[in-house]
Design a protein around this ligand. Structure first.
Ligand code: ADP
Ligand code: ADP
Ligand code: ZN
Length: 214
């Protein structure tokens, strides 16, 4: 099954994608995690991506599409995958569609997690991200067992620089301008499914499993 997660920054894409990946046994591919790993490892791609990420802007399509198209051809993707944070622009969606068309495949579901802008700032300012494995927590809605420490791997949790309110406002603007048009794109292909992302994490997950028939 090939699944795309759509939704504003902080809508819960990563949280749900991880749970779906565990349940369905398919890889969770997050472009944000890939860029952050590159920044951490000091690669050239990381240095370029960071310039945009710090400002709350999208990394250019030229740096993003190729890496995802390569990743989904890896052996572990043969039974499907969940793309979290990609595509984020119409050209990215077209690049994905073209790559899949070539091998006679298509996206099965684009899951849109719907959360109004009003809820996003508090979601983001309370988010804490693991510096090692990419797991995310929330100081109120999903606290780790031990403050500041990842339940899964024991590494330190941090507030991401781009989760500060000034940057979040930019990211929301960018979302409405460049990513929201994907809702129509996937709706036209009859694969869009919208779930109410203001519910509890468990309820959102239930709704997604119903959509997937899992
Ligand atoms: P969130 O899950 O909060 O939306 P991500 O971890 O997905 O954040 O992304 C963090 C940042 O990485 C984005 O603000 C953007 O700068 C960059 N990024 C991630 N995915 C993409 C993409 N598909 N295209 C362009 N930039 C991206
Ligand atoms: P995204 O990947 O879309 O940017 P995340 O999955 O990282 O979003 O979630 C953003 C923040 O909101 C995290 O701190 C997460 O723990 C929290 N969160 C996710 N889903 C919910 C929910 N249904 N209710 C409350 N908080 C949530
Ligand atoms: Zn961790």
């Amino acid at each position: 099954m090939k699944i795309i997660m759509l939704g504003a920054p902080g809508a819960g894409k990563g949280t749900q994608a991880k749970m779906i990946a565990d349940k369905c046994g398919i890889p969770h591919i997050s472009t944000g995690d890939i860029f952050r790993a590159n920044i951490k490892n000091g690669t050239e791609l990381g240095a370029k991506a960071k310039e945009y990420m710090d400002k709350g802007l999208l990394v250019p399509d030229e740096l993003t599409c190729g890496l995802v198209v390569d990743r989904i051809q890896a052996e572990d993707c043969k039974d499907g995958y969940i793309l979290d944070g990609f595509p984020r622009t119409i050209p990215q969606a077209e690049a994905l569609e073209e790559a899949l068309n070539k091998i006679g495949q298509r996206v099965d579901f684009a899951i849109n997690i719907d959360v109004p802008d009003e809820n996003i700032i508090s979601r983001m300012s309370g988010r804490r991200a693991c510096t090692s494995c990419g797991a995310t927590y929330h100081v109120v809605f999903n606290p780790p067992k031990k403050e500041g420490i990842c339940d899964d791997c024991g590494a330190e949790l941090v507030l991401r620089d781009d989760d500060k309110p000034e940057t979040v406002k930019n990211r929301l603007r960018v979302y409405h301008d460049q990513t929201q048009p994907l809702i129509d794109f996937y709706s036209a292909r009859d694969v869009l499914r919208t779930v109410d992302g203001t519910q509890s994490m468990e309820k959102v997950f239930d709704d997604i499993l119903k959509v997937l028939g899992a």
